[in-house]
Design a binder for this molecule. Structure first.
Ligand SMILES: [Ca+2]
Length: 265
Protein backbone atom coordinates (compact mmCIF):
# COMPACT_ATOMS: atom_id res chain seq x y z
CA UNK A 1 0.00 0.00 0.00
CA UNK A 2 1.20 3.50 -0.80
CA UNK A 3 2.72 5.32 2.15
CA UNK A 4 0.29 8.23 1.76
CA UNK A 5 -2.67 5.87 2.13
CA UNK A 6 -1.10 4.36 5.26
CA UNK A 7 -0.60 7.85 6.67
CA UNK A 8 -4.26 8.63 6.04
CA UNK A 9 -5.44 5.40 7.70
CA UNK A 10 -3.31 6.27 10.72
CA UNK A 11 -4.82 9.81 10.83
CA UNK A 12 -8.34 8.36 10.85
CA UNK A 13 -7.35 5.97 13.62
CA UNK A 14 -5.98 8.96 15.54
CA UNK A 15 -9.37 10.69 15.28
CA UNK A 16 -10.98 7.59 16.77
CA UNK A 17 -8.46 7.69 19.59
CA UNK A 18 -9.41 11.36 20.11
CA UNK A 19 -13.07 10.37 20.48
CA UNK A 20 -12.08 8.45 23.59
CA UNK A 21 -10.20 11.47 24.95
CA UNK A 22 -13.27 13.69 24.42
CA UNK A 23 -15.56 11.09 25.99
CA UNK A 24 -13.33 10.73 29.06
CA UNK A 25 -13.29 14.50 29.42
CA UNK A 26 -17.10 14.65 29.30
CA UNK A 27 -17.32 12.09 32.11
CA UNK A 28 -14.91 14.12 34.23
CA UNK A 29 -12.99 10.95 35.17
CA UNK A 30 -9.21 10.86 35.22
CA UNK A 31 -7.12 13.95 34.48
CA UNK A 32 -8.28 15.58 31.26
CA UNK A 33 -6.02 15.11 28.24
CA UNK A 34 -7.68 18.01 26.40
CA UNK A 35 -5.23 20.59 25.07
CA UNK A 36 -2.22 18.38 25.61
CA UNK A 37 0.00 17.34 22.81
CA UNK A 38 -0.21 13.61 22.78
CA UNK A 39 -0.24 10.74 22.84
CA UNK A 40 2.85 8.77 23.62
CA UNK A 41 1.02 5.47 23.90
CA UNK A 42 -0.98 5.46 20.68
CA UNK A 43 0.42 4.35 17.36
CA UNK A 44 -1.64 3.13 14.40
CA UNK A 45 1.20 1.06 12.93
CA UNK A 46 4.07 -0.57 14.78
CA UNK A 47 6.69 0.54 12.22
CA UNK A 48 9.56 2.60 13.51
CA UNK A 49 9.10 5.19 10.79
CA UNK A 50 5.46 6.02 11.45
CA UNK A 51 4.54 8.84 13.82
CA UNK A 52 1.35 10.51 14.96
CA UNK A 53 1.08 13.95 16.49
CA UNK A 54 -2.44 14.41 17.89
CA UNK A 55 -3.94 17.37 19.73
CA UNK A 56 -7.50 17.37 21.06
CA UNK A 57 -8.82 20.82 21.95
CA UNK A 58 -12.02 22.07 23.47
CA UNK A 59 -13.80 23.87 20.63
CA UNK A 60 -15.93 25.81 23.12
CA UNK A 61 -12.94 27.65 24.49
CA UNK A 62 -13.54 29.95 21.52
CA UNK A 63 -16.42 32.23 20.59
CA UNK A 64 -18.93 30.47 18.33
CA UNK A 65 -19.84 32.84 15.49
CA UNK A 66 -23.06 30.94 14.82
CA UNK A 67 -24.50 32.32 18.07
CA UNK A 68 -24.72 35.75 16.39
CA UNK A 69 -27.78 34.70 14.41
CA UNK A 70 -30.45 32.36 15.75
CA UNK A 71 -33.27 31.09 13.52
CA UNK A 72 -32.46 33.72 10.92
CA UNK A 73 -32.55 36.66 13.35
CA UNK A 74 -29.62 38.62 14.87
CA UNK A 75 -28.99 37.91 18.56
CA UNK A 76 -28.24 41.31 20.13
CA UNK A 77 -26.58 39.96 23.29
CA UNK A 78 -24.16 37.75 21.37
CA UNK A 79 -23.37 40.56 18.93
CA UNK A 80 -22.32 42.78 21.88
CA UNK A 81 -19.97 39.99 23.04
CA UNK A 82 -18.44 39.64 19.59
CA UNK A 83 -17.92 43.42 19.38
CA UNK A 84 -16.09 43.32 22.73
CA UNK A 85 -13.80 40.68 21.26
CA UNK A 86 -13.20 42.77 18.13
CA UNK A 87 -12.41 45.84 20.25
CA UNK A 88 -9.78 43.93 22.23
CA UNK A 89 -8.17 42.72 19.02
CA UNK A 90 -8.25 46.30 17.65
CA UNK A 91 -10.38 45.14 14.72
CA UNK A 92 -13.25 47.24 13.30
CA UNK A 93 -16.73 46.75 14.81
CA UNK A 94 -18.21 46.67 11.30
CA UNK A 95 -16.95 43.08 11.05
CA UNK A 96 -19.82 42.11 13.37
CA UNK A 97 -22.45 43.71 11.11
CA UNK A 98 -20.93 42.08 8.04
CA UNK A 99 -21.01 38.53 9.43
CA UNK A 100 -24.51 39.04 10.89
CA UNK A 101 -25.77 40.17 7.47
CA UNK A 102 -24.06 37.16 5.91
CA UNK A 103 -26.04 34.85 8.21
CA UNK A 104 -29.36 36.60 8.87
CA UNK A 105 -32.32 35.71 6.69
CA UNK A 106 -33.05 39.18 5.27
CA UNK A 107 -31.32 41.13 2.52
CA UNK A 108 -31.28 44.48 4.34
CA UNK A 109 -27.71 45.56 5.13
CA UNK A 110 -26.83 46.73 8.66
CA UNK A 111 -24.87 50.05 8.89
CA UNK A 112 -21.46 48.35 8.68
CA UNK A 113 -22.60 45.21 6.87
CA UNK A 114 -23.25 43.91 3.37
CA UNK A 115 -25.87 41.76 1.68
CA UNK A 116 -26.21 40.15 -1.76
CA UNK A 117 -26.42 43.55 -3.50
CA UNK A 118 -22.79 44.14 -2.45
CA UNK A 119 -21.47 40.64 -3.20
CA UNK A 120 -23.16 40.54 -6.63
CA UNK A 121 -21.03 43.51 -7.71
CA UNK A 122 -17.73 41.77 -7.02
CA UNK A 123 -15.54 40.57 -9.88
CA UNK A 124 -16.61 37.01 -9.11
CA UNK A 125 -20.20 37.59 -7.94
CA UNK A 126 -22.05 35.52 -5.35
CA UNK A 127 -24.88 35.95 -2.88
CA UNK A 128 -24.88 36.28 0.91
CA UNK A 129 -25.48 32.84 2.44
CA UNK A 130 -28.34 34.08 4.68
CA UNK A 131 -27.82 31.09 6.94
CA UNK A 132 -25.37 30.12 9.70
CA UNK A 133 -21.73 29.44 8.82
CA UNK A 134 -20.80 25.88 7.91
CA UNK A 135 -17.07 26.27 8.58
CA UNK A 136 -14.58 28.98 9.54
CA UNK A 137 -13.11 29.19 6.02
CA UNK A 138 -16.43 30.58 4.78
CA UNK A 139 -15.58 33.86 6.56
CA UNK A 140 -13.16 34.68 3.73
CA UNK A 141 -16.23 35.37 1.55
CA UNK A 142 -17.62 37.96 3.99
CA UNK A 143 -16.95 41.69 3.54
CA UNK A 144 -13.94 42.91 5.53
CA UNK A 145 -12.60 39.46 6.47
CA UNK A 146 -9.21 39.84 4.79
CA UNK A 147 -6.41 37.30 5.32
CA UNK A 148 -4.88 39.71 7.90
CA UNK A 149 -8.16 39.95 9.83
CA UNK A 150 -8.63 36.18 9.73
CA UNK A 151 -5.13 35.66 11.08
CA UNK A 152 -5.87 37.93 14.07
CA UNK A 153 -9.33 36.55 14.71
CA UNK A 154 -8.95 32.79 14.12
CA UNK A 155 -7.37 31.94 17.49
CA UNK A 156 -10.49 33.24 19.27
CA UNK A 157 -13.46 32.24 17.13
CA UNK A 158 -14.98 29.01 15.90
CA UNK A 159 -17.97 27.70 13.95
CA UNK A 160 -20.08 25.15 15.80
CA UNK A 161 -23.64 23.94 15.24
CA UNK A 162 -26.41 26.01 16.78
CA UNK A 163 -25.91 27.82 20.07
CA UNK A 164 -22.82 26.06 21.46
CA UNK A 165 -21.65 28.61 24.04
CA UNK A 166 -18.26 29.55 25.47
CA UNK A 167 -16.94 27.17 28.14
CA UNK A 168 -15.52 29.29 30.99
CA UNK A 169 -13.29 26.37 32.01
CA UNK A 170 -11.27 26.57 28.80
CA UNK A 171 -11.74 30.05 27.29
CA UNK A 172 -8.66 32.27 27.02
CA UNK A 173 -8.66 35.79 28.53
CA UNK A 174 -9.89 37.77 25.47
CA UNK A 175 -12.85 35.38 25.09
CA UNK A 176 -13.74 35.67 28.80
CA UNK A 177 -13.61 39.47 28.54
CA UNK A 178 -15.93 39.25 25.52
CA UNK A 179 -18.46 37.12 27.42
CA UNK A 180 -18.47 39.07 30.70
CA UNK A 181 -19.38 42.74 30.55
CA UNK A 182 -16.97 44.90 32.57
CA UNK A 183 -14.35 42.22 33.17
CA UNK A 184 -10.84 43.75 33.26
CA UNK A 185 -7.85 41.73 32.09
CA UNK A 186 -6.56 41.09 35.63
CA UNK A 187 -9.96 39.63 36.63
CA UNK A 188 -9.92 37.34 33.60
CA UNK A 189 -6.42 36.23 34.53
CA UNK A 190 -7.39 35.52 38.13
CA UNK A 191 -10.37 33.51 36.88
CA UNK A 192 -7.99 31.42 34.76
CA UNK A 193 -5.66 30.92 37.75
CA UNK A 194 -8.63 29.92 39.90
CA UNK A 195 -9.90 27.26 37.49
CA UNK A 196 -6.42 25.74 37.28
CA UNK A 197 -6.71 24.69 40.91
CA UNK A 198 -10.39 23.72 40.63
CA UNK A 199 -12.55 23.80 37.53
CA UNK A 200 -15.92 25.53 37.65
CA UNK A 201 -18.45 22.81 38.37
CA UNK A 202 -21.63 24.75 37.66
CA UNK A 203 -22.90 28.15 36.65
CA UNK A 204 -23.66 28.86 40.33
CA UNK A 205 -20.10 27.90 41.27
CA UNK A 206 -18.72 30.34 38.72
CA UNK A 207 -20.96 33.10 40.04
CA UNK A 208 -19.55 32.60 43.56
CA UNK A 209 -15.98 32.81 42.32
CA UNK A 210 -16.42 35.69 39.89
CA UNK A 211 -14.70 38.98 40.83
CA UNK A 212 -17.22 41.47 42.29
CA UNK A 213 -16.45 43.99 39.57
CA UNK A 214 -18.26 41.82 37.01
CA UNK A 215 -22.00 42.45 37.10
CA UNK A 216 -25.03 41.66 34.96
CA UNK A 217 -24.01 38.03 34.46
CA UNK A 218 -26.66 35.98 32.69
CA UNK A 219 -26.54 32.21 33.25
CA UNK A 220 -27.41 31.45 29.62
CA UNK A 221 -24.36 33.35 28.30
CA UNK A 222 -21.86 30.54 28.89
CA UNK A 223 -21.40 26.90 29.96
CA UNK A 224 -19.00 24.99 32.23
CA UNK A 225 -18.63 21.88 30.06
CA UNK A 226 -18.25 21.27 26.36
CA UNK A 227 -19.99 19.19 23.73
CA UNK A 228 -17.55 19.94 20.89
CA UNK A 229 -13.88 19.17 20.45
CA UNK A 230 -11.44 19.73 17.62
CA UNK A 231 -8.75 17.22 16.67
CA UNK A 232 -5.55 18.11 14.82
CA UNK A 233 -3.39 15.28 13.51
CA UNK A 234 -0.03 15.16 11.78
CA UNK A 235 0.49 11.65 10.52
CA UNK A 236 3.63 10.46 8.85
CA UNK A 237 4.39 7.06 7.39
CA UNK A 238 7.81 6.57 5.86
CA UNK A 239 8.22 9.45 3.35
CA UNK A 240 4.52 10.46 3.38
CA UNK A 241 3.06 13.09 5.73
CA UNK A 242 -0.48 14.41 6.00
CA UNK A 243 -2.32 16.88 8.24
CA UNK A 244 -5.94 16.26 9.15
CA UNK A 245 -8.55 18.03 11.25
CA UNK A 246 -11.84 16.86 12.66
CA UNK A 247 -14.71 18.17 14.77
CA UNK A 248 -16.20 15.87 17.40
CA UNK A 249 -19.67 16.35 18.89
CA UNK A 250 -20.99 14.63 22.01
CA UNK A 251 -24.69 15.27 21.48
CA UNK A 252 -27.12 16.35 24.19
CA UNK A 253 -26.68 13.34 26.44
CA UNK A 254 -22.90 12.96 26.20
CA UNK A 255 -23.05 9.96 23.91
CA UNK A 256 -19.90 8.49 22.41
CA UNK A 257 -18.63 11.41 20.27
CA UNK A 258 -19.55 11.59 16.62
CA UNK A 259 -17.14 12.81 13.96
CA UNK A 260 -19.09 15.80 12.58
CA UNK A 261 -16.50 16.48 9.89
CA UNK A 262 -13.06 15.28 8.93
CA UNK A 263 -10.75 16.80 6.40
CA UNK A 264 -7.20 16.44 5.20
CA UNK A 265 -5.75 19.96 5.09
CA1 LIG B 1 -28.67 38.53 5.28
Amino acid sequence: MAAIAQAEIAARAAVDWAREVAYDDSLGNAPSRIGENGPGEFKAFPEEDSTLDITVDDAQGKFNLNTLVTQGKPSARDIIMFKRLLTQLKLPNELADAVVDWMDEDDLPLPGGAESAYYLQLKVPYRAANRQLSHLGELAMVKGYTPEVLKELSPYVTVLPGRALVNVNTAVAPVLIAVFNGMPLNAAESLIASRKSARFTSVANLRERLPKIVTGVVDTDFVVESKYFTVSVISSFKHAKIRAEALLGLGEKNYWPLVLWYKVT
